[in-house]
Design a protein around this ligand. Structure first.
Ligand code: FES
Length: 106
């Protein structure tokens, strides 16, 4: 089983096991990763599940919908590799992926 590592703004790391098909947001919440509020429950409506994917892993995170782009555009600390973690379905190809948590959500 692979793992994905969440990195807090202060550098604290949280490796979590991949559960294929589960959203990155759900993995974070179920593993008590701080900084993911997910106020809308994964409906792509709140932006409080914002994460910044490491540059080298961005293409592994899947496609971004227009709906997700609209929410990201309203999100503080948006970066070139920003994603909403509720819109990413995890796969084994994400083994080793690094995901940073924005300072704003801490
Ligand atoms: Fe609300 Fe992801 S949980 S946008």
């Amino acid at each position: 089983m692979g793992h994905i590592t969440f990195i807090e703004h202060n550098g604290n790391q949280h490796p979590v096991d991949i559960e294929v098909g589960k959203s990155l947001m759900k993995l974070a919440i179920e593993n008590a990763v701080p900084g993911i509020d997910a106020d809308c429950g994964g409906q792509c409506a709140c932006g409080t599940c914002h994460v910044i994917i490491d540059d080298n892993w961005f293409s592994n995170a899947g496609n971004i919908t227009e709906e997700e782009t609209l929410i990201l555009d309203m999100t503080p600390e948006k970066a070139d590799t920003s994603r909403l973690s509720c819109q990413i379905s995890t796969t084994e190809a994400m083994d080793g992926m690094l995901v940073r948590l924005p300072e704003f959500q801490m």
